[in-house]
Write a new protein. Structure first.
Lengths: 152, 161
């Protein structure tokens, strides 16, 4: 009988913990920014095995059939820190971590062309979430950037 | 027994209780001096009367009403009280254990689970602002997960395309 009472108490304690401690209460100090540079083309049907999930997401929106991972980069950024990734000979991707707000990390993404800013966006990234940036033409397709983050 | 004796016998009670009037008392005493039967009867009546008086006095002093009621109550089978009947019906451990487990699961399913799932559904990254100095931009969403997809079309490439 005591065991049964204890098990009921445990269930209620777990419920209270679930209720009181949602996962977004945790505090983070830095962000691991993951950038994948993907070549998307209409002239190929080859999908990189690592990008199958992405292809399923994008194919109905953009009519690209081939996806190839061209470059992968991971940077740990603390508040105010900036990192640069070379996209092509004349384009640079610039990432600046602007801090956390509630359960989201604010990331400034800029594309520089010959030291001139041609594109800028502010992303509110959730932990293990990502945003896609597409458009710059590259060879016979476009470049897609998958910008994701993991919080530390 | 003479008729005269019967007449005096009727006075015995009031005589014992000292409630007899003086004239009758004198007459009765005169009769008792002469009549042995009546003397014996009066004596017997007086003794009986005293015994009964003593018995009653003893009962009154030693009677514990509460104890007597408890004895009486214990001997009576009144059946379960109203509260006992409710307790027996609803507070049986065999009923409470599964009932509490069911309640806990129900609370979890009805309140916490939607909150948790709702939080996960809300956990999608978003775009706060987007702009371009040399091209146009468009924000779309992917088909399944509704992940933001920013499309950037540089002007020089449009012209070239």
């Amino acid at each position: 009988m005591t065991m049964k009472k204890n098990s009921i108490l445990c269930i209620f304690m777990l419920l209270i913990i679930f209720q009181v401690c949602p996962e977004n209460v945790l505090a983070f100090s830095s962000m691991n920014v993951k950038v994948e540079i993907i070549k998307a083309t209409k002239k190929s049907n080859i999908i990189d095995p690592q990008l199958k999930d992405l292809a399923n997401e994008i194919a109905p929106v953009l009519n690209y059939t081939g996806f190839k991972l061209a470059k992968k980069s991971e940077q740990k950024l603390t508040f105010g820190q900036t990192s640069e990734i070379l996209l092509s000979s004349k384009r640079i991707l610039k990432l600046t971590f602007k801090g956390f707000e509630e359960n989201q990390g604010r990331l400034l993404v800029e594309i520089m062309e010959k030291k001139k800013k041609v594109f800028h966006t502010i992303l509110l990234l959730v932990d293990k979430g990502f945003v896609l940036i597409g458009g710059p033409l590259y060879e016979d397709g476009v470049l897609l950037l998958r910008v994701g983050a993991e919080f530390d | 027994m003479s008729t005269n004796c019967e007449k005096y016998e009727s006075l015995f009670d009031v005589f014992i209780d000292n409630e007899i009037d003086e004239n009758h008392s004198i007459d009765l005493k005169k009769h008792l001096d002469k009549c042995t039967d009546c003397r014996q009867k009066l004596e017997l009546l007086r003794v009986t009367n005293e015994m009964m008086k003593e018995a009653f006095e003893e009962d009154e002093s030693s009677l514990d009403v509460d104890q007597a009621w408890r004895n009486f109550d214990s001997k009576m089978d009144w059946g379960p009280t109203y509260w006992e009947r409710i307790k027996n019906k609803f507070f049986k451990p065999i009923v409470w254990v599964p009932a509490l487990c069911t309640a806990a699961i129900a609370i979890f399913v009805v309140t916490i689970l939607p909150i948790q799932t709702g939080t996960k559904q809300m956990m999608i990254s978003s775009v706060e602002e987007v702009s371009s100095t040399s091209g146009s931009t468009m924000v779309l969403k992917t088909a399944q997960s509704k992940i933001p997809l920013i499309m950037f079309f540089p002007d020089n490439e449009k012209e070239a395309g």
